[in-house]
Structures are given as structure tokens and as C-alpha cells.
Design a binder for this molecule. Structure first.
Ligand code: FES
Length: 158
């Protein structure tokens, strides 16, 4: 039995993911994606467990997580708020939109509200620059967002 700090229930689930993807080095991303989806983040204990099961250094698993923005090492809120800070959004007031959301939620980008309702992220481009400034909440895109709209948008997810 591997001592990695992973709870027995989580081990069963992680083992299922490992069985699904295999134990080759190329399986790491798929396993981590499944863990991220299942837990909302990939804990350090999960990293050690995957590292142990696949026989690769934990540092390599950590490097995958830190390279891809889709992974998080800390628990995330129920709702993911992405505020675009790409050039088009920046020119059209994305900075003010971001500041307004930070003040409203009382958190900085990268943080999660105390009640676990929202995590806030700044992103470079959401791929819909003509709609700038853009805010994405989970999979919902809000176009040409004004500061006045933000409170009612966030209210939808409480
Ligand atoms: S710069 Fe914001 S969507 Fe592209």
C-alpha cells in the first residue's frame, strides 16, 4: 500500500482514472484532468499518488500542473470567473472590469472567496475579442460587459 496522504475513497477513484489512462508517461495529463474534474483541483497528495503509481518523479507531475492553466493545486470555488485582460479587452476597459469584480468579491485574481462560491482568474484572451470586454463565468460568456452589469451577473451564480 502506498502512503501518499490520499484518502481511501479518493484512491479508489484515482485508481480508476489510472486504469483508464494507463501508467505510461503520456497518461499523466489525462489522469490529472480526470482528478481536476472530479475534485476541482489536484492536491499535493494526489500528485504524490500519481507519481508513485506511474513511477515518475513528483517534480515532473508538478511541472505538468504548473505548465497548464487548466490545473489547480488548491481547491477552487463552485464558479470560475475569468476576466479577460487581452489587448482588445484591456483597451475596452477590461482592467476596470477586473478591479470592480475584485472589489465586489473581495479577492485577488487566483483567489477563492471564503464561502467557496467564486474563484477569480485573469486570462490573456478568451478568443472572442470582438465582444470585448469579456467575462466568462464557468462556460457562460458575457460580452461588452460594463461595470454596472457585473453585480447582476455575479448574482446569477450565488
Ligand atoms: S482580448 Fe479579450 S477576448 Fe480576446
Amino acid at each position: 500500500m502506498r502512503e501518499t496522504g490520499v484518502a481511501a475513497d479518493d484512491k479508489k477513484v484515482f485508481d480508476r482514472f489510472i486504469k483508464k489512462h494507463g501508467t505510461g508517461r503520456s497518461a499523466v495529463i489525462g489522469i490529472l484532468q480526470d482528478i481536476q474534474r472530479h475534485k476541482g483541483y489536484v492536491s499535493e497528495a494526489a500528485v504524490r499518488y500519481v507519481s508513485s503509481c506511474l513511477g515518475i518523479p513528483a517534480s515532473q507531475v508538478f511541472s505538468v500542473i504548473t505548465f497548464y492553466g487548466a490545473f489547480s493545486l488548491t481547491p477552487q470555488g463552485r464558479n470560475q470567473v475569468h476576466v479577460c485582460q487581452g489587448t482588445a479587452c484591456h483597451i475596452r476597459g477590461g482592467g476596470k472590469v477586473s478591479e470592480h469584480i475584485e472589489r465586489t468579491l473581495k479577492i485577488q485574481p487566483g483567489d477563492t472567496t471564503r464561502d467557496g462560491t467564486f474563484s477569480l482568474h485573469r486570462v490573456r484572451c478568451l478568443g472572442c475579442c470582438a465582444l470585448a470586454p469579456v467575462v466568462k463565468v464557468n462556460s457562460d460568456i458575457y460580452a461588452k460587459v460594463s461595470q454596472n452589469q457585473l453585480s447582476s451577473i455575479l448574482e446569477l451564480y450565488k
